[in-house]
Ligand binder design. Structure first.
Ligand SMILES: [Zn+2]
Ligand SMILES: [Zn+2]
Length: 231
């Protein structure tokens, strides 16, 4: 143990035990990258063996966007995501950035031309002081040297969204987001970074807006995937 640790011992982000790293040794064993071939090719949710997509995506009539995630929204990675989001521990984005690179390679998507992130409304940004999806995207771009562009913004405000059930949120109108004025997206391969995919509605809404710029491909990669599509 380093001398400094005697005064400021590091605590495991998940269980709170003394630890020399972000997570103690036993919590580290609980962390596993999601395996792309076990997941729905569209929403990255759970699917049955021998199929390509989950049941919901098979009957999906909405915008189809390929989504991926690094970890299940459970255990240590849920603690990390919550610390990143609510405890002003934005620096954690740097710790997870390399896993975005590993998962992108593993999933086999074409390397993006540019990266953007899911915008948050001004009120949440004001409360937290930052947007965790932006921090993740920034850390990923610092590592990969890919260009990071703020392509999207929240249209008006959506306080009412808090009161909506999860099922209702899936039906949110596309108009929740709008395209920022700026560079051309024509023919570009865009990667949207988010913190947690739950229903996938947010990713779809962002992608639908970006399509207005006529890009070649839009994909969403999130730090975590919440268990089931309707959770
Ligand atoms: Zn622990
Ligand atoms: Zn699916």
């Amino acid at each position: 143990m380093r001398l400094f640790d005697l005064f400021y011992p590091t605590l495991c982000l998940h269980c709170g035990d003394l630890s020399e790293a972000l997570f103690c040794k036993s919590c580290q064993t609980l962390i596993e990258l999601l395996e792309p071939k076990d997941r729905c090719v569209t929403c990255f949710g759970e699917k049955e063996d021998g199929t390509l997509t989950c049941k919901s995506c098979r009957f999906e009539r909405e915008e189809v966007v390929m989504m991926g995630a690094l970890f299940e929204y459970l255990g240590p990675m849920m603690s990390l995501t919550r610390s990143l989001k609510f405890k002003k521990m934005g620096y954690l984005a740097k710790n997870v950035a390399p896993f975005f690179v590993v998962q992108l390679e593993k999933i086999g998507w074409e390397w993006p031309d540019l990266v953007t992130y899911v915008p948050r409304n001004w009120f949440k940004n004001l409360l937290r002081g930052y947007n965790q999806s932006y921090l993740l995207a920034r850390a990923f771009c610092q590592l990969t040297r890919l260009p990071l562009l703020p392509l999207l913004k929240q249209k008006g405000e959506s306080f009412s969204q808090i009161k909506l059930s999860k099922k209702e949120r899936r039906k949110l109108p596309v108009s929740q987001f709008q395209l920022k004025k700026g560079g051309s997206l024509f023919g570009k391969n865009i990667l949207i970074i988010d913190d947690v995919i739950t229903t996938g509605a947010t990713g779809r809404a962002c992608a639908a807006v970006l399509r207005g710029g006529d890009p070649k491909e839009i994909r969403v990669m999130a730090l975590c995937r919440a268990g089931s599509k309707d959770s």
